[in-house]
Design a protein around this ligand. Structure first.
Ligand code: HBI
Ligand code: FE
Length: 292
């Protein structure tokens, strides 16, 4: 929990874990960190992010400068897709998280990372949550997918399938790629909000890039401490949304019986392979090797 944010520390969160943003309490330095990150990402994402992401930035005027004020952002987002952003102090429990999504509320962290963590941090901050996640919530099909995911999550909890759903979130909402006629593009929030992974996910010959398959993804391990070793690519948001438009009941039953998991770098006979990676980055020790 980010203890260095006094505006979080002075508040008691509501039952649904929301807090007030208190936008006027952000310091000049905090807005400046946002602007630095923003400029950096716009530059590095050129030719790398999906069109829908830029359409979202434009539609929401997220290029106005400084940390967005929710009282300005939310009316625009609500008018477009019925979604709104709420502030939370830190990671919230799974059922609370799903409950928000199922009701078209996206929980975003209030705090912003420090200058010593510009490249990588473990807990989602306001830059990751708003710059990374919110542009696509203004796009109708993706907006519907996120709500369906929240509803599916609530059901998954009852069937002991949370891990499977978490993997789906990871490989789509956080680290998803899209194969477009112009080439491979990024839509996942974990990538678009990271300077280094934006380049790695598209340009590196190290990771595997496979076509998205719902069940395959729900049984695939992932890593949270370094660049991904496998990315899954959809061809459109319609494809992603369609995949969730089935009765998950039988799927959950099957998954609660069969707890198998595909190792990260496995390529299956049934996989549609875009690029088979060398895994050279991971083999060399990844982030830890670079830090030495
Ligand atoms: N809470 N604030 C916040 N943000 C998340 O992304 C989040 C969370 N709680 C749970 C959670 N994610 C995961 O369980 C889901 O990705 C499945
Ligand atoms: Fe995220």
């Amino acid at each position: 929990m980010p203890l260095n944010d006094p505006v979080i520390a002075e508040q008691t969160h509501a039952a649904d874990f929301t807090i007030a943003q208190k936008w006027d309490r952000y310091t000049e330095d905090e807005h400046d960190i946002w602007n630095t990150l923003y400029a950096q990402q716009i530059e590095v994402l050129k030719g790398r992010a999906v069109e829908e992401f830029y359409n979202g930035l434009d539609a929401l005027d997220l290029n106005m400068g400084g940390i967005p004020d929710l009282s300005v952002l939310n009316p625009k987002l609500k008018a477009l897709t019925g979604w709104e952003v709420v502030m939370v102090p830190h990671l919230v429990p799974d059922e609370i998280f799903f409950e928000h999504l199922a009701n078209r509320r996206f929980p975003a962290g209030r705090f912003i990372r420090g200058r010593d963590q510009m490249d990588y941090l473990e807990e989602p901050d306001v830059f990751h949550d708003i710059f990374g996640h919110v542009p696509l919530l203004s796009q109708p099909v993706f907006a519907d997918y996120m709500q369906a995911y929240g509803q599916g999550g609530l059901r998954a909890l009852k069937h002991d399938c949370l891990k499977n759903l978490a993997r789906l979130y990871w490989y789509t909402v956080e680290f998803g790629l899209m194969k477009t006629p112009q080439g491979m593009r990024i839509y996942g929030a974990g990538i678009v909000s990271s300077r280094t992974e934006s380049v790695f996910a598209i340009d590196s010959s190290s990771p595997n890039r496979l076509h998205f398959d719902l069940e395959r993804v729900m049984h695939t391990d992932y890593r949270i401490d370094d660049f991904q070793q496998v990315y899954f690519a959809i061809e459109s948001f319609e494809e992603l949304f369609e995949a969730t438009q089935q009765d998950f009941g039988p799927l959950y039953k099957k998954m609660s019986r069969e707890k198998y998991i595909h190792p990260i770098t496995d390529i299956l006979e049934s996989d549609r392979v875009y690029t088979q990676g060398s895994q050279a980055y991971a083999a060399a020790g990844g982030r830890l090797a670079k830090a030495k």
